[in-house]
Write a protein that binds this ligand. Sequence first.
Ligand SMILES: *[C@@H]1O[C@H](CO)[C@@H](O)[C@H](O)[C@H]1NC(C)=O
Ligand SMILES: *[C@@H]1O[C@H](CO)[C@@H](O)[C@H](O)[C@H]1NC(C)=O
Ligand SMILES: *[C@@H]1O[C@H](CO)[C@@H](O)[C@H](O)[C@H]1NC(C)=O
Ligand SMILES: *[C@@H]1O[C@H](CO)[C@@H](O)[C@H](O)[C@H]1NC(C)=O
Ligand SMILES: *[C@@H]1O[C@H](CO)[C@@H](O)[C@H](O)[C@H]1NC(C)=O
Length: 430
Amino acid sequence: MKSVFFVVAHLISQASTQATFPVNLNSTFATSGARNVRKDTGTYGPPVEEVHYFYDQWPIGLAVSKTGRIFTCYTRGTYAFTLGEVINETTEAAYPDQTSNTPPQGLSQVSNGITFGSNDENHFVSVQALYVTPDDTLWVLDTGRPTINESGRLSMPYAAPGGPKLVSIDLTTNSVGKTYTLPLTVHYPDSYMNDLRFDLRPNATESGGGIAYIVDSSNEGRTGFIMIDLATGESWRQLNQHPSTQAISEDVPSYQGLPFYLRQPGHPLGFQVEGLDGAELNQCGEAMYYSALTTDYLYSIETRYLRANPNSDALADKRASDNVKNLGQRGGNANGFSGDSLGNIYMLMPEYNAIYIYNYTTHLTTPYVRDPRIIWPDSANVGWDGYIYFTINQLPYQADWNNGVDGRQYPGLILRSKLPNGASKNTLLM
Ligand SMILES: *[C@@H]1O[C@H](CO)[C@@H](O)[C@H](O)[C@H]1NC(C)=O
Ligand SMILES: *[C@@H]1O[C@H](CO)[C@@H](O)[C@H](O)[C@H]1NC(C)=O
Ligand SMILES: *[C@@H]1O[C@H](CO)[C@@H](O)[C@H](O)[C@H]1NC(C)=O
Ligand SMILES: *[C@@H]1O[C@H](CO)[C@@H](O)[C@H](O)[C@H]1NC(C)=O
Ligand SMILES: *[C@@H]1O[C@H](CO)[C@@H](O)[C@H](O)[C@H]1NC(C)=O
């Protein structure tokens, strides 16, 4: 790992205090002199360190284990593997092995003339997100929905039950523990499981085995939360298409100062649309903070409303909807969230090349870190070592959003920054 961060702002401001005569007529373009002009340095916060470089596959999610192992995932596509482990500064390897990453029947299947994602429960199809719980278990969230290329047109087929799944992996033996699949009443064909959080405390559920909270960001619009009781395997939904889980329509964010419209080959001009995406629990697991990607609004709900199972409680849906809190605007669109041992809620801010913190004590968003290398921060994870790790994948430059022209430039990155005030991984929820 190397740290390559230099702050030049102080040097510039010191130089500018020393006005000189006669006035240099072209000093507007100089960095010193009487007409020195203030400029945005593009940086603040703790140093940003480069941890890993991706040269073969663009990353989506990541997770860091108790011993510092780094796992990454990649949505497919044509990539050789969808779950990987970082083995050195520039290379990742299929995890736990290539076989687990290779559904024998392929990534998709055709049924009655319609293409669906693979229904393979035993192999990874397209992994979107990862999480390591305080007991050092790796959890793998497979959407079962790869991107496929049908005669030159890219599309994401509907999911077939079995493909979308949550899988636990024991990091001491590197073997698969449990696999949870979801019925069609919980995971719809157009669902897209985007991120996941856990509360493993025995009192989180009646069955005592802990609970998984999963966000469904469904671009097709059927957004919401999916919960899985980890002891019984039972699953249910909450906040279905609730306005707090939906993208704002016709949103025009800016990335690197460029207004962004979605330009997909063969489609009219579109807009960035992604529903419920970022989600994080508070320190004690009693509240969930969340938002769609393309919105400036942040929301929260007490987790007891998400844990209430509508299959056994007819009013559970209504109570959840009635108890959503709109926390107001947070200063921009946000991608993935993360949390720490002090209760800070980190929000990745792709429009500002930054990570912001929502402080639920003061109800305010505060700056944490900003850096020109943060070109679409996608996913973040706090390690036991007191750093927040995050992936950079330049997504707004991908071909499918730019008339088929891929403007991304390798390498993709894992970056990290030291957490404030000695914070580290929140290990209370087990
Ligand atoms: C300012 O203009 C002078 C004369 O054209 C030129 O020699 C000098 O390099 C310029 N300085 C800067 C900082 O552009
Ligand atoms: C990383 O590992 C790969 C595969 O083993 C190897 O080819 C490469 O040289 C290694 N790179 C470094 C910097 O160690
Ligand atoms: C999709 O397939 C076509 C051939 O049918 C090929 O020309 C094109 O490069 C492929 N596109 C991608 C993004 O793989
Ligand atoms: C669960 O137990 C923890 C202590 O381990 C306690 O702080 C918390 O309030 C309990 N939660 C519920 C819902 O009873
Ligand atoms: C929020 O701000 C308060 C007041 O400045 C501070 O004491 C606290 O540590 C901050 N973080 C959280 C998670 O409340």
